[in-house]
Design a protein around this ligand. Structure first.
Ligand code: HEC
Ligand code: HEC
Ligand code: HEC
Ligand code: HEC
Ligand code: HEC
Length: 570
C-alpha cells in the first residue's frame, strides 16, 4: 500500500544551495580471480568467540518451536507470537538460500568461517553441535528453525547486574570458560536449563519463566546484529590486518574487528539510544517516544501472548519486520514444497516489511535557482540501509516530465530486464568493501573492491545515511565511519542536486530499496565451485521476480510558474 503521493507547489529559495555530487563510484568488477592461496587455512580456533559453546546446553532440554504452538499459536491476531515469527526473516534464516549460497563462497575463501556464520544464522546448531561442520552439511530440521523461540528466550545477559538480572545468571556466567566482554559477534550466553526468560514478573505460565530486563534491551538484539570479522584486528592507524593463524581474536570487542554489520553500534551511537519522539511513526500503541530495537521492530500490541493467558496492553509483536521483501520472495520460492513452512505467514511478513520500508524515509523536492534539490531523510534507528553489507542498496530515481507527461530526463534509471542501474547519474546509498595490498598479497587476489566479504579488510565506500544524532568521530571509533561522503555532525539526510531541464513542468522522485541486485546473485552463482547453492539461488531469483526494486517513498513537484496545466494526474 504505497503512501499517498504528495504534490507541492514551489517555494523559491533565494540562494543556490546545490553542491555537486562527489564523483560517481565506478566499481570495475570485483578482484580478479587468481586466489591460488585460497581458502586461507584458518581453523576453528580463529572463529572461537566467548559465550556458550557446543556441549554447554543439552539438546534434551531444548523443545522446538512447534512445542510452543499448543499455547502460543493459532488464536489469531497480531499479538500471537508464533504465526508472526513464522513469517519473519529470523524464523526463516535456516532456510534462506541466499545465506547458504554466500556461506559456500565464504568457506571457499576462508576455511572454517562457516562455523561463525552458523552461530548467528542457524543458532540451534550450537545446541545440536552441528555448527562444527562449517559447510552446514549436517544441519537438520531442528537446526533449520533459524532464530527460534527457545533460542531468544534462553538468552542470558552476559553483563551481570546485581538486583536486576535474574540471580540464576551469576552461576551460569561463572560456569563459562570465557564471559563475553562486549555485545555483538554472536557472543551469546544461553541458560543450560529450560527457564524461559521474558519481560514479565507476573505470569501464569505452565512452564518455568524468569523475568529478564535484558529482553527489553537493544543489547539482546545487538548480540547478533553487530558483526565483525573476528579473524581481523584494527591497528593503531585505523587499518585492519588478518590475525595470526589458529589463534582467537586478541580482543572480543566487535569495534576492533573489520565491520560486516554495525546495526547495533549505529543505533547505540544515535539519538535513539536515549529515545526520540517520532510522532507515532513507529512503536504501535507504545506512545510517540521510541528507543530500543524492540520499540520499532516489536511494536506494542494489546492482546494475549498465550491463547489462554491474561490480556495485556504492552505485548511486543513478534513480526520483526525489517526490509526483507526481496529475501522473503526468494525464500517463499525455495520453500514452496516444504510442509514445515507457512507460506501465508511469509506473505504477511512480506507486507509488513514493505510497510516498514515505507516508513523508513522522507523525500522532499525543492526548486533552488535552476536546480532541483531532492532531500532524503533517514527516519530509521540506524543507517539507511543497515545490516548485511553485500547487495543492500537504496537509491534515488528522479524523472523530469514535460507538460504532456512525457519523460525529458531520468536520473537513476533501473532496467528490470537486465538488472542494470544507471549509477552514474544518481546517488546510491551502500557500503562496499575491498582488499588492501597486504590482503591481496596474502590471498593472491588483486587489491581493490571485492565481493569476497570474508576476506575484506578495507571500506571502499559507505555513504549510507546516518541516523539522528550522528557524530562522525564516535561512528569512526565504532567502526561505522562514513566513507566517500562527509556527513556533518547531526546530519541524517542527504541532498541530491540536479539541473532542471528546460520544458520540465513536473519532477517525480522515488526512493528505491533493493537487497538482491543482479550482480550480487550472479557473483554467488559464478564464484561457487563447491556445490549447487549458487545455481539454485539464481534459479529461484529468476523465478521470484529477480529482486525487483521496492519503492519506499515517492514525491512529485509541480514547477510553479512553469506549470501550464493545473493538475497532475496519477
Ligand atoms: C529474536 C528473538 C525472539 C524470538 C525468535 C522469539 N521471541 Fe518472544 N520475545 C522476544 C522479546 C525481545 C520479547 C519482549 C518484547 C518486549 O516486551 O518488548 C518477547 C516476548 C515474548 C512473550 C511475552 C508476551 C509478548 O508477546 O510480548 C512471549 C509469550 C513470547 N515472547 C513467546 C515467544 C514464542 C512462542 C516464540 C516463537 C514462536 C518467540 N517468543 C520467539 C524475543 C523473541
Ligand atoms: C501449555 C501451554 C504453554 C506452552 C506449550 C508454552 N507456553 Fe509459554 N506461556 C504460557 C502461558 C500461559 C504464559 C503466560 C502468558 C502471560 O502471562 O501473558 C506463557 C509465557 C511465556 C513467556 C513469557 C514469560 C514472561 O513472563 O515474560 C515466554 C517467553 C514463553 N512463554 C515461552 C514459551 C516457549 C519458548 C514455548 C515453547 C518452547 C512455550 N512458551 C510453550 C503457556 C505455554
Ligand atoms: C526508530 C525506529 C527503529 C529503531 C530504533 C531500529 N530500527 Fe531497524 N529498521 C527500522 C526501519 C524503518 C527499517 C527499514 C529501513 C531500513 O532497511 O533501514 C529498519 C530495518 C532494519 C533491518 C533491515 C536491514 C536493512 O536495512 O536492509 C535490520 C536488520 C534492523 N532494522 C535491525 C535493527 C536493530 C538490531 C535495532 C536495534 C539495535 C534497530 N533495527 C533499531 C526502524 C528502526
Ligand atoms: C541469534 C542471533 C540473533 C538475535 C539474538 C537477533 N537476531 Fe535478528 N536476525 C538474525 C539473523 C541471522 C537475521 C537474518 C536471517 C537470514 O536471512 O539469514 C536476522 C534478521 C532480522 C530482521 C530482518 C532484517 C531484514 O533484512 O528484514 C530484523 C528486523 C531483526 N532481525 C530484528 C531483531 C531484533 C529486534 C532482535 C532483538 C529482539 C533480534 N533481531 C535478535 C539474528 C539474530
Ligand atoms: C554475529 C552474527 C552474524 C554472523 C557471524 C554472520 N551474520 Fe549474516 N547476518 C546477520 C544478521 C543479524 C543479518 C540480518 C541483517 C540484515 O538483514 O541486514 C544477516 C544477514 C545476512 C545475509 C542476508 C540475508 C537475506 O536474506 O537478506 C546473508 C547472505 C548473510 N548474512 C551471510 C552471512 C555469512 C556468509 C556469514 C559468515 C561468513 C555471516 N552472514 C555471518 C548476522 C550474522
Amino acid at each position: 500500500m504505497p503512501r499517498p503521493v504528495s504534490i507541492r507547489t514551489v517555494r523559491r529559495r533565494s540562494q543556490l544551495v546545490c553542491r555537486w555530487l562527489p564523483l560517481a563510484w565506478l566499481i570495475a568488477g570485483s578482484s580478479l580471480l587468481q586466489g591460488q592461496m585460497l581458502p586461507l587455512p584458518l581453523t576453528a580456533r580463529d572463529f572461537q568467540v566467548p559465550g556458550t559453546q557446543v556441549g554447554d546446553v543439552e539438546m534434551g532440554s531444548w523443545p522446538d518451536s512447534n512445542q510452543c504452538s499448543a499455547c502460543h499459536a493459532n488464536y489469531g491476531g497480531s499479538a500471537e507470537p508464533h504465526s508472526t515469527w513464522s513469517g519473519s526473516l529470523m524464523a526463516l534464516g535456516g532456510r534462506d538460500p541466499l545465506f547458504y549460497a554466500q556461506m559456500t563462497t565464504a568457506n571457499q575463501d576462508v576455511a572454517e568461517v562457516g562455523r561463525y556464520c552458523l552461530r548467528c544464522h542457524v543458532p540451534n546448531a550450537v545446541v545440536s553441535g552441528h555448527v562444527e561442520q562449517a559447510d552446514g552439511g549436517s544441519l537438520d530440521d531442528f537446526d533449520r528453525e533459524g532464530v527460534s523461540c527457545q533460542f531468544c528466550h534462553r538468552m542470558v545477559d552476559p553483563d551481570y547486574k546485581p538486583g536486576i538480572s535474574p540471580v540464576e545468571d551469576e552461576a551460569i556466567l561463572a560456569g563459562l570458560n570465557e564471559i563475553p566482554g562486549a555485545i555483538g559477534n554472536a557472543m551469546f550466553v544461553l541458560d543450560p536449563l529450560d527457564r524461559r526468560r521474558g519481560p514479565y514478573e507476573d505470569n501464569d505460565a505452565n512452564h518455568a519463566t524468569l523475568a529478564s530486563p535484558f529482553h527489553r534491551s537493544s543489547s539482546m538484539c545487538g548480540t547478533c546484529h553487530d558483526v565483525g570479522n573476528v579473524a581481523t584486528t584494527r591497528q593503531a592507524d585505523g587499518s585492519y590486518t588478518y590475525n595470526a593463524l589458529d589463534t582467537p581474536a586478541p580482543d572480543d570487542d566487535p569495534w576492533t574487528h573489520f565491520p560486516l554489520e554495525r546495526t547495533y553500534t549505529e543505533w547505540k551511537l544515535s539519538a535513539f539510544a536515549a529515545g526520540v519522539d517520532m510522532g507515532g511513526r513507529f512503536g504501535g500503541l507504545r506512545g510517540p517516544v521510541v528507543s530500543t530495537c524492540q520499540d520499532c521492530h516489536m511494536p506494542t500490541e494489546v492482546g494475549r501472548g498465550c491463547s489462554f493467558g491474561r490480556e495485556r496492553n504492552d505485548l511486543g509483536s513478534h513480526a520483526f519486520a525489517g526490509a526483507a521483501v526481496n529475501s522473503l520472495d526468494l525464500i517463499a520460492a525455495h520453500t514452496e514444497d516444504d510442509p514445515s513452512v507457512d507460506q501465508q505467514a511469509i506473505a504477511a511478513g512480506r507486507e509488513r516489511a514493505l510497510d516498514m520500508l515505507q516508513r523508513a524515509a522522507d523525500l522532499e523536492l525543492e526548486l533552488a535557482g535552476g536546480d532541483i534539490i531532492a532531500r532524503i531523510t533517514n527516519q530509521s534507528g540506524h543507517k539507511l540501509p543497515t545490516g548485511h553489507i553485500e547487495g543492500r542498496r537504496v537509491w534515488l530515481n528522479l524523472r523530469y516530465l514535460d507538460v504532456q507527461g512525457g519523460l525529458l530526463l531520468e536520473h537513476g534509471h533501473y532496467d528490470q530486464a537486465n538488472g542494470h542501474l544507471d549509477e552514474v547519474s544518481t546517488v546510491v546509498f551502500e557500503m562496499l568493501v575491498g582488499l588492501s595490498d597486504a590482503a591481496a598479497a596474502a590471498t593472491g587476489l588483486t587489491a581493490g573492491p571485492t565481493s569476497r566479504m570474508a576476506l575484506a579488510d578495507t571500506i571502499v565506500k559507505d555513504n549510507r545515511i546516518p541516523p539522528r544524532g550522528y557524530d562522525p568521530v564516535s561512528f569512526a571509533t565504532g567502526g561505522a565511519p562514513a566513507v566517500g561522503y562527509d556527513y556533518q555532525p547531526g546530519q541524517h539526510w542527504y541532498e541530491f542536486c540536479s539541473a532542471l531541464p528546460a520544458a520540465a513542468t513536473h519532477v517525480e522522485a522515488t526512493l528505491y530499496y533493493q537487497s538482491l541486485p543482479r550482480h550480487y546473485v550472479e557473483h554467488l552463482r559464478d564464484a561457487n565451485t563447491t556445490n549447487d547453492w549458487g545455481d539454485r539461488l539464481y534459479a529461484m531469483y529468476e523465478q521470484s521476480g529477480s529482486g525487483a526494486p521496492v519503492p519506499m517513498v515517492r514525491t512529485r513537484l509541480a514547477l510553479g510558474d512553469r506549470l501550464l496545466t493545473d493538475g497532475f494526474e496519477d
